[in-house]
Design a protein around this ligand. Structure first.
Ligand SMILES: [Fe+2]
Ligand SMILES: [Fe+2]
Length: 187
């Protein structure tokens, strides 16, 4: 049976993967002869990757799903602790990337490699993080949570969401930014 809480996590992973993919594409393309536009879209992409998981995604995992899972499957403690640590590190890693991007933009080509190396590492780590959640954590939750546990978890996710529809309202601010980035990347 599909659980709305896990579906929300999977949907948010798809959005994040699309942003990470946009970041990879931008790096492959490089600034070319429109550096202003390039750095604009790159900044918007990093802002989204900083803001969206931090405010919308990680709290659902760290505050709702992981604690519940830890109670029912204590053997998952090592993997949950690692994922939790990655959530905690995420913020300073993306701030570092934003700084490295600014250094490239303001100081020029000599700082490009440092940004690109760090951005590739970030991208790889974040994709791995989501993969671990989808391959290990979500299937384990499907195994060990009982029907009442799911009811409670889905309800907790829904309380975090729109109280009327039970669905997470798509924030138009993020939607607009998402569209702008995708258009900018495609241009
Ligand atoms: Fe996570
Ligand atoms: Fe996640």
């Amino acid at each position: 049976m599909a659980h709305s809480s896990l579906q929300t996590i999977r949907d948010e992973h798809k959005t994040l993967a699309a942003m990470l993919h946009a970041l990879g594409q931008l790096m492959e393309r490089g600034p070319g002869d429109t550096p202003e536009r390039y750095f604009d879209v790159m900044r918007a992409t990093l802002f989204y990757i900083d803001e969206f998981p931090e405010r919308l995604h990680h709290p659902k995992e760290s505050q709702l799903l992981f604690p519940q899972l830890l109670q029912l499957a204590p053997q998952a403690q090592p993997v949950l602790a690692r994922l939790e640590q990655e959530h905690a590190d995420c913020e300073h890693r993306i701030r570092e990337l934003q700084h490295l991007l600014l250094a490239w933009e303001l100081l020029g080509e000599s700082r490009r490699q440092a940004f690109e190396g760090a951005a590739r590492l970030y991208l790889e780590r974040y994709l791995q993080h989501m993969q671990t959640e989808e391959r290990e954590v979500l299937p384990l939750a499907e195994q060990v949570l009982t029907a009442p546990d799911w009811a409670a978890l889905d309800a907790a996710f829904a309380r975090n969401c729109d109280p009327l529809s039970g669905k997470y309202p798509r924030d138009p601010l993020y939607d607009r930014l998402f569209t702008r980035i995708v258009r900018g990347t495609a241009a």
